[in-house]
Each structure stands twice: as C-alpha cells, then as structure tokens.
Design a protein around this ligand. Sequence first.
Ligand code: IPM
Ligand code: MN
Length: 357
Amino acid sequence: MNKKIAVIKGDGIGPEIVNEAEKVLNKVGEKYGHTFEYTDVLMGGCAIDATGVPLPQETIDICLASDSVLLGAVGGPKWDTLPGNLRPEAGLLGIRGAMKLFANIRPAKLIPALAGACPLKDEITKNGLDLVIVRELIGGAYFGERDTHVDENGVKHASDSMAYADYEVERICRVAFDMARKRGKKVHSVDKANVLDSSRLWREVAHKVAEEYPDVEFQDILVDNTAMQLVHNPAQFDVMVTENLFGDILSDEASMITGSLGMIPSASLGEGSLGLYEPIHGSAPDIAGQNKANPLATILSVAMMLRYSFDMSKEADSIEDAVDKVLADGYRTGDIMSEGMKCVSCSEMGDLVADRI
Ligand code: IPM
Ligand code: MN
C-alpha cells in the first residue's frame, strides 16, 4: 500500500524523535511492501517563526488531504510570552479541532523490562498496569468560551467555560466501550458530577451508552478519587473515559507510573480513519539538538498509526515487539537509564529498533 503522511516535526526534540520514527516506518515499509510518503508541514513555534502564526492554513489543508499525520512536539520558552491564541499550543489545539479529532487514545502499560523505573512500591504494582485513557479532545474548557476583562473597579477577571453537548459525550463513550470490548471489558467513566453540571450531563450520557454494552463492566468514578486510585491500585483500571482537561492531567500521572513520560504514544481520532499520532511528552527544549531524547513514544505512536489509520496490525505488532526486544536487550536512553543498562543516543535507539523489525 502507498500512504501519504503529513509530518509536523515541530520544536525542541520534535525533529530528532520524528526522524527515528520515520526510520522505523521505512523499515516496516521495506519488509512488508508498503510505501510511506512524507510531507513536512509547519506547526507550533517553528511555524510562528516562519509565518507569524502557529498553524498556517497550508498545514491544515495538507493534513486533511493526507492519510494520516505524525507529530513530534511543539512549544518552548522562546514563545512562552506570546498571547494565548498565538502560542505554539494554540496550533496543536487548532489542528485537533480542524481535523475534528475528538478521541485521544493514551495507553499506559508497565513494560516488564522497565519495572525498575516505576516510582511506586512493588507491592502496589505487583498486579501490573495496563490501561488506556480515552480523552475527549475537542470540547470542555480547552474549547469553551473564554474571557479576560477588567471591570469598572479595576479588578481583572478571567474565565474558561467547561461545556459539553450530549452528542460529544456519547461519541467518546462509544469509542471507550468499543475499545474495552477488545481488551479487559471494563470502563471507568471519570467525572466530577458531585460539583459540575457538565459532569452531571457526562454521567447521564455515559450511563445511557453503557446500557448498550451489557458485556462491559461499567463504573463512574470521581476525578479526584481517580487520581488517588491510580497510585493506590492502578491494576483496577482497563479503559478510562474522561473529558479533555481531566484526561490531560490523568494521562501524565498514568505515564509517570510506567516509569517515563518518554514511553507513551497517543492516537487522536475522529469519525474516519484519518488520525494524528504523537508522543504525549513535550518538546524538552533543555535537551533539544543533543541526540539524547527518547524516541520510543514517537516510534510507538507510529505503531498506533499503522493499527488505527492503516489497518496494518501485523506491521504495528512488529514495531511494538521490536521495542520490547531492544529494552529486553538492555538498551536505554538517558531518561529511562538504570544501573547495568547500556545508555544509547536517540539515533542509536532508532537504529536498534529498526534492526529488529
Ligand atoms: C497534551 C499537551 C497539550 C494538551 C498541550 C501542549 C496543549 O499537554 O497533549 O497532553 O494539553 O492537550
Ligand atoms: Mn498534557
């Protein structure tokens, strides 16, 4: 098959990690007889520098005309003082919105070879950790009405409204239940229904959808309790579905339990097969350009692309297996380094994975 991939390398370590993901993807192409055609497009800080805006229209057009989009990371201190709508992050929210990517899939799994990097006590993780966070991605406070103003008394006010419509909750819940059916058949719907109206709607709709999936175990859980349960008994979770902001926060927490933010891929999906794939970590400006970054989350994101956008599951498995092998063979980038392991650079890590495809 021939697939067109729009590539947003972005800022900081973005270009380095994306290069390694392309290296691995090319190897998959050679082995399984596919051609992947890349078109680089600008978004984030590099787009601001080149065009004055974080998300040029050309980028949106090319992404929409592609079979899938690969993204490294955006942002950095250089652009931190710009107004909100001109920051690199606004580009990321903009492309998610323009592509109507309402479902963000973030798997967090304890990889046996990395168990030592998990910050929790062994007794807490003895039953493992293998969960998927299904985060609503184009609603809630990130996309609601916002306002900043100074009133007649000189007091400054700012607000962001966390708004949801029933159909937005319904479609993301369906993604979660469908996913649970293919995994551990358990869904936790995370909300703050003891306080927020938007969460009460969320809960009402989640219950309705749950009725259509009698084979899937279903439970509501409050977001504060979820944050606590994640570090108390992470093995209880299979699929967790939640709104945008809660999902952002909980996915960072879950990733830390796996030992490194540098290991977690993500897929952002809409109604069709077009998706955007990116590591959940940021642009790490402090180590950019030093060939030190961990490219595994981006490489694993490419595996998700093969699985979800291109329906190439054996090719996806080949990448995931190759990553497991490299780790089992003792190779580590600096962020997941531990005693007795072999520390390798970003590009060496890419080579090691590609060699095992
Ligand atoms: C993420 C990031 C983004 C988000 C930022 C960079 C806008 O933290 O993908 O989790 O909050 O969605
Ligand atoms: Mn985040």
